[in-house]
Write a protein that binds this ligand. Structure first.
Ligand SMILES: NC(=O)c1ccc[n+]([C@@H]2O[C@H](COP(=O)([O-])OP(=O)(O)OC[C@H]3O[C@@H](n4cnc5c(N)ncnc54)[C@H](OP(=O)(O)O)[C@@H]3O)[C@@H](O)[C@H]2O)c1
Length: 264
């Protein structure tokens, strides 16, 4: 897509990756409708002077939030939706409060599906349109300590593939990107310590934002970011038992860090 001719609704623009994405997209010449819950963080986005942008405070887990966002996107003339808003979810499943599980599923899975469905009739009318879903490595390599989060991201990945196949005869592209860990506030100190203990690679939000912009530019449908994460995603697809064995060796480290959550 020609980014200097796109009008993009970006959710989660007040967060780490969203902020970096807003900058990269603005530099590429896109017009931006930027959403988040925290108006202070949204107002801090310091975009290039000539950027055509609007801010919208909205909670995407509510019906009003979805309706307001869709109305604003139509008024803005959006032809690209980037479903980036999300919440983290580290903890042993048996110990997680059900409210937290519901929040993870509502924000990371139900909200992007609902927003996409509500905006799709509008996107279908555009000469060219795109939906970008920000998933996670854990959507392809479901991880101990992230059961609900992995479930939501695996659902988002399946949704992206199903929708891409359903819209194959339209002008709406469906893009799914699966980053590994990114240096953003979604990762609590315990999760950061876990990543260090496991030797997990972490990217900067700017690196991931640039890759997503590249995908949009080239209409790249799928991408796993990072190696060996890409290899594990592939391996989990055809030999999940091997991944089970690999993760079994990391379980005591994961459980130790989950224990710290109780004292945090
Ligand atoms: N960071 C990583 O390690 C990593 C790795 C793989 C994938 N991802 C994915 O990347 C995406 C961006 O995450 P991030 O790392 O940038 O995290 P972040 O810094 O915590 O930002 C999350 C964003 O989502 C917004 N959000 C959360 N709940 C919302 C709700 N109910 N309604 C509307 N907006 C809501 C937040 O808004 P407010 O702050 O204004 O509430 C914020 O803008 C997420 O989908 C995440 O799952 C992240």
């Amino acid at each position: 897509m020609q980014l200097n001719q796109t009008r993009i609704l970006l959710t989660g623009a007040s967060g780490g990756l969203g902020c970096a994405l807003a900058h990269e997209l603005a530099v590429a010449g896109a017009a931006l409708l930027l959403t988040g819950r925290d108006p202070v963080q949204l107002a801090r986005l310091n975009l290039p002077a000539k950027t055509d942008y609007q801010l919208l405070q909205t909670d995407l887990t509510t019906s009003d939030g979805i309706e307001n966002t869709v109305q604003a996107a139509r008024n803005f003339g959006a032809n690209v939706l980037i479903n980036n808003a999300g919440v983290g979810g580290f903890g042993l499943f048996a110990e997680q409060e059900w409210q937290d599980v519901e929040r993870i599923l509502a924000t990371n899975l139900a909200a992007p599906l609902r927003l996409t469905q509500a905006l799709l009739p509008w996107l279908n009318k555009q000469p060219e349109a795109a939906i970008v879903n920000v998933g996670s490595t854990f959507g392809s390599v479901p991880f101990a300590g992230f059961a609900a989060y992995s479930t939501a991201k695996a659902g988002l990945r399946a949704f992206s593939q199903a929708l891409r196949r359903e819209l194959a005869d339209t002008s709406v592209h469906v893009i799914h990107v699966a980053p590994r860990a990114i240096d953003t506030p979604i990762n609590s100190p315990v999760v950061r310590a876990l990543n260090t203990a496991l030797g997990s690679g972490m990217d900067t939000p700017e690196t991931v934002a640039r890759l997503i912009v590249e995908m949009l530019n080239n209409n790249t449908p799928e991408r796993h970011i990072g190696f060996p994460e890409r290899l594990f995603a592939w391996l989990n697809g055809f030999a999940p038992g091997l991944v089970d064995q690999g993760l079994r060796g990391k379980l005591s480290t994961i459980k130790q860090h989950a224990t710290h959550l109780r004292t945090e």
